[in-house]
Design a protein around this ligand. Structure first.
Ligand code: F6P
Length: 378
């Protein structure tokens, strides 16, 4: 049995722990493991990347022709605690929407999935472990429909994959964000300032809500609850009246005002999703204008994706990796491993993709935030 492992989309702390668990669990069964370099690039290095779209280091990394590496116990030694992925990753590697340079300099998306499936079989691979978020798991499902025996492993700091209580990477991101909020508190209080801290999460507010609560934010804005800036300012002024001359506002990058729009840093391009960002700055300007308080904004950004995975994320990642190998042994292809506490189980990929998990507005954690007097902007 030859297993291929792919890490796709944005990286998340815990990816290396999954890789290690897959490799060691496969090794125990006498199976071989192979890592695909940068998403699926390594399987067909002479396609897209070699046709001129990518240049410089991108071309050297993606188009070298040695994109499938044998992984044994020696290759995965000592990587459980390392952030990032030893395989590299990309969020521009969807074989169904492959960005391809045209003669006129334009870039269009092409469907290269048949080439990928052919390359998979040509290499004598028997199973694919696809580690990724909703997008990458959707690709795995489509590859499965084209005859690739695939098993998914849910990864993302955003925690927005349906069917699993948690994705690995989320706990680490929340912990990093909470630490940042603790730090911003002391300077905010010393200067009597308002800080608006923008956190990642795409279209869901899990990171903002969990770290906002843990980091004692006064206001938490999440995509699931469009906010009223009046209410936000009221909360800040009410604190002011109580002698609390500083406030911490946490804004998920996907938060938007009532009747307003999502703030984008960059629109979608061929082969690339839209990039969210900028809401903190807009909210900060508005708060400053309306309250007269000195208000600053801070975007925590990719710090949330970096660093060592927490113990929780390491364990979850190791459990996911070994469960993926059990899924292959059971020939349960087209499935995804999921965390349904206290167990790690499996669900069909088809049942969870394309419906990102958002924070239920009537959930216990939202109730907790309200009970603590945190303003959610509504
Ligand atoms: O999905 C993970 C994530 O970090 C999101 O929270 C964020 O919107 C996005 O990826 C950022 O992607 P990139 O690294 O391509 O800017």
């Amino acid at each position: 049995m030859k297993i291929a492992i792919s890490t796709g989309g944005g990286d998340a702390p815990g990816l290396n722990a999954v890789i290690r668990a897959v490799v060691l669990s496969a090794h125990q069964r006498g199976w071989e493991s192979y890592g695909i370099h940068r998403g699926y690039d390594g399987l067909f290095p002479r396609l897209g990347r070699g046709r001129g779209y990518w240049s410089g280091p991108e071309r050297r990394r993606g188009g070298s022709g040695d994109g499938l590496v044998r992984l044994g116990p020696d290759e995965v030694r000592g990587i459980t605690h390392l952030g990032g992925t030893i395989l590299g990753t990309t969020n521009r590697g969807d074989p169904f929407h492959w960005p391809t340079l045209q003669r006129d300099g334009g870039i269009v998306e092409e469907d290269r999935s048949d080439d990928l499936v052919r390359a998979f079989h040509d290499r004598g691979l028997d199973a694919l472990v696809a580690i990724g978020g909703d997008g990458s798991l959707g690709i795995a499902q489509r590859l499965f429909c084209k005859g690739v025996p695939a098993v998914g492993v849910p990864k993302t700091i955003d925690n927005d994959v349906a069917g699993t209580e948690s994705t690995f990477g989320f706990d680490t991101a929340v912990s990093t964000a909470t630490d940042a909020l603790d730090r911003i508190h002391t300077t905010a209080e010393s200067h009597d300032r308002v800080f608006v801290v923008e956190l990642m999460g795409r279209y869901s507010g899990w990171i903002a809500l969990h770290s906002g609560l843990s980091g004692s934010a006064d206001v938490i804005l999440i995509p699931e609850i469009p906010f009223d800036i009046e209410k936000v300012c009221e909360k800040i002024l009410e604190r002011e009246r109580r002698g609390r001359h500083f406030s911490i506002v946490v804004a998920a990058e996907g938060a938007r005002p009532l009747g307003g729009r999502l703030v984008l840093r960059e629109g979608a391009h061929p082969g690339e999703p839209e990039r969210l960002g900028g809401i903190a700055d807009e909210v900060a300007q508005e708060i400053g204008r309306r309250t007269g308080k000195e208000t600053r904004s801070l975007v925590l950004g990719h710090l949330q994706r970096g660093g060592s995975p927490t113990t929780f994320d390491r364990l979850l990642a190791l459990r996911f990796g070994s469960a993926a190998v059990r899924a292959i042994a059971a020939e349960d292809f087209g499935s995804c491993v999921v965390y349904t506490p206290p167990n790690v189980g499996r669900v069909p990929l088809a049942g969870i993709i394309g419906k990102p998990k958002v924070v239920p507005v009537d959930s216990g954690i939202i109730m907790t935030a309200r009970n603590l007097g945190i303003c959610l902007g509504d």
